[in-house]
Structures are given as structure tokens and as C-alpha cells.
Design a protein around this ligand. Structure first.
Ligand SMILES: Nc1nc2c(ncn2[C@@H]2O[C@H](COP(=O)(O)OP(=O)(O)O)[C@@H](O)[C@H]2O)c(=O)[nH]1
Ligand SMILES: [Mg+2]
Length: 346
């Protein structure tokens, strides 16, 4: 593992040394592709039973309608926030590294059961590919929304560090998948077309990236000013596109003027977990970012049950998705004389 880490470090150093200009673009593209491959290697378990494979997670079963993950440096207030929002006891102390295992809690909100996970180790352990860090990352990838918790009185550079960490593990925050087509073929070399003017990618860079993946024949077509990283994301696949809220905690420690500066951050929510300021605002924002839909069921001869909705994602909300959800929740098989009512609104 140390050798992969060393290789990553070497490439990052070389990238930092390389001036960014037209003449070096293809070389930088190549380095980025090498980096993406090494990072993937870091996430792939080396031995059987090592745990932490893609999507496997660690000692928390996915329960409820949605999963929200808390990520942040030690002592920013993650445990405090989890406790306030869920009532779950998680050890809170004024020293660092208090949360040793992943602590889940459940929030009931608008009839939905939202699992909230404290994900320690993303910052401390993940980078060096230690077992648990890798498990935390694979759990993070199963979340529906990520909360990056920041301390209002700590440097804002922490935000970028956490983002870089998550990006390194294939998680894309508040982004949509790249709008570009990449099609492998049997012959004809690399063909590169674009409907817009490109400032980031040229044929030479595209070829350099492809060659790193031993791809010598492919059609690449862009519909926007895509970057080398976007192309690598598409070739690599298995990227997770996740909504993210930057939760700035401990605002009781800063001035109104400082708060106004923070206000300019996109996707941001100021709170004081300790004093319970704006927790309602945060919940409302989580709900919005989860993008869920509530469907009410109507028992035979009764009014619709508005207390206990069936929750589906707004990206998967066909009647079939709804039925799958019910089936999973209640293991319901249709019985003789069951009444199923499907009403289409006109
Ligand atoms: N002033 C202030 N302190 C807070 C707030 N939230 C948490 N803390 C304190 O920050 C310290 C670390 O909190 P903790 O929840 O353990 O952080 P974690 O390491 O991210 O889980 C504790 O002493 C908390 O009491 C807040 O909103 N304001
Ligand atoms: Mg903690």
C-alpha cells in the first residue's frame, strides 16, 4: 500500500511542478489519468475478506428511506449535531477523535425515516488507504446526501481539503455527470469532436488520456467545455454524484460581519449545534437536497393514511418503484380479494 501512496505523492508533486499551459496540457492529462488509476487501486481491497469493497459499507445496515453522512475534521461538532438531530447518544467531548466507530442515528422528518451517519476517518484515515478509512469511504458512497461539517472559527481551507479527499475517492459533490459521449470502437483511432469551443481539452490531451487506459480507438464528443478530469471520470466510471450541504457550525462564536461573508458560500447552512440554532433550517435543506417524494396509501374502506407515507426518490418514482418500495417494507404479496386502487390524475 505504501508504494501506491508513494506513487500518488510523486505524481502530485510532478503536477505541482508542471506549469499549466498549452504545451503541457497533454502531459498533465496523462498524469491525471495515472492518478485516477492509482486512487482506484487504493480503494480496491487487496485480500479476500478484507472488507470495504465498493458499496459494502461497514457495520451499519441501511435502514430507512434515505441516508445522510456527516464528514468533517475532528471537533467541528459532528457528534453534537448528530445527538441534537437524532437523540442518539454519541460520545461528545472537547477533545479530538472522540468518535471511534460509525454512529448511526435516525431522524423522523415529514414521515420519512432518515438515517444520519457520523463518518469518522474520512479525513484522518482514508488517505493512507488503511482498512477502516476505506470502509468509511465505501459507506460514504452509499449516502444520498453528504453534510460537510465545518467549524466557523477554523480556516475555510478545510472545506477544500475535505472536498479533495472525497473527490479522490470518486465522490462528486453537487455536480451532474459530464455531458460528453465516449464510445470505444475497433478501429479508426481517436476521433475528437466538440459542439463548443474547448479551452481545456484538445486532441493531443484526449489521446494522452486514452493511451494511459490503453484505448487506441474511440469517439469522444463534447457538448460543453469539458475538462481532462471530466473525461477521466467518464472513462473510469463508478463515480457517485452526490448532493452536498456545507454545514457551518459554531456560528455562536463569530460576529455578524463574519457570518455575512460565509453567507456567500453556495450550498451552505449556518448553525450552532450546541445552542440548537437553525437546526430546523438545516432539516428543511436536507429534505430539499434528498429530493424525496411522499406517496400516501389508502387502506380499503378508509381514508388515505397521511401519517405514514411511502417514500420514493424523485429520480425513481414510477408506480413500479412505489410498488417495489412497499414490497420491501412490508413483504406484501397480493392475497385473494386484496383491493389495489391505481388512480391516474387527469
Ligand atoms: N461554541 C460551540 N461549541 C460547539 C458547538 N457544537 C459543538 N461544540 C463543541 O465542540 C466540541 C467538539 O464537538 P464534537 O461534537 O465532539 O465534535 P466532533 O469531533 O466533530 O464529533 C465539544 O466541546 C462541543 O461541545 C457549537 O455550536 N458551538
Ligand atoms: Mg465525534
Amino acid at each position: 500500500m505504501a508504494t501506491v501512496m508513494q506513487k500518488i505523492k510523486d505524481i502530485e508533486d510532478e503536477m505541482a511542478r508542471t506549469q499549466k499551459n498549452k504545451a503541457t496540457a497533454h502531459h498533465l492529462g496523462l498524469l491525471k489519468a495515472k492518478l485516477a488509476k492509482l486512487r482506484r487501486e487504493l480503494l480496491t481491497p487487496t485480500s479476500k475478506g478484507g472488507g470495504g469493497g465498493a458499496g459494502e459499507g461497514f457495520d451499519v445496515t441501511k435502514s430507512g428511506d434515505a441516508r445522510v453522512g456527516l464528514v468533517g475534521f475532528p471537533s467541528v461538532g459532528k457528534s453534537t449535531l448528530l445527538n441534537k438531530l437524532t437523540g442518539t447518544f454519541s460520545e461528545v467531548a472537547a477533545y479530538e477523535f472522540t468518535t471511534l466507530t460509525c454512529i448511526p442515528g435516525v431522524i423522523m422528518y415529514k414521515g420519512a425515516k432518515i438515517q444520519l451517519l457520523d463518518l469518522p476517518g474520512i479525513i484522518e484515515g482514508a488517505k493512507d488507504g488503511k482498512g477502516r478509512g476505506r470502509q468509511v469511504i465505501s459507506t460514504a458512497r452509499t449516502c444520498n446526501v453528504i453534510l460537510i461539517v465545518l467549524d466557523a472559527i477554523k480556516p475555510i481551507t478545510h472545506k477544500r481539503l475535505i472536498e479533495k479527499e472525497l473527490e479522490g475517492f470518486g465522490i462528486r459533490l453537487n455536480k451532474t455527470p459530464p455531458n460528453l459521449t465516449f464510445r470505444r470502437k475497433d478501429k479508426g483511432g481517436i476521433n475528437f469532436t466538440s459542439t463548443v469551443t474547448n479551452t481545456n481539452l484538445d486532441l493531443e490531451t484526449v489521446k494522452a488520456i486514452c493511451s494511459e487506459y490503453r484505448i487506441h480507438n474511440a469517439d469522444v464528443s463534447l457538448r460543453y467545455d469539458a475538462t481532462a478530469d471530466d473525461l477521466i471520470d467518464v472513462i473510469e466510471g463508478s463515480r457517485i454524484y452526490m448532493p452536498c450541504i456545507y454545514v457551518v457550525n459554531k456560528i455562536d462564536q463569530i460576529t455578524l460581519e463574519e457570518l455575512e461573508i460565509l453567507d456567500k458560500l453556495p450550498h451552505y447552512c449556518p448553525i450552532s449545534a450546541h445552542l440548537e440554532w437553525n437546526l430546523d433550517g438545516l432539516l428543511e435543506m436536507i429534505w430539499e437536497y434528498l429530493d424525496l417524494v411522499r406517496i400516501y396509501t389508502k387502506p380499503k374502506g378508509l381514508n388515505p393514511d397521511y401519517e405514514d407515507p411511502v417514500i420514493v426518490s424523485s429520480k425513481k418514482k414510477t408506480v413500479e418503484d412505489f410498488c417495489n418500495r412497499i414490497h420491501k417494507d412490508m413483504e406484501h404479496e397480493l392475497e385473494d380479494e386484496d383491493v389495489v386502487q391505481i388512480i391516474k390524475k387527469v
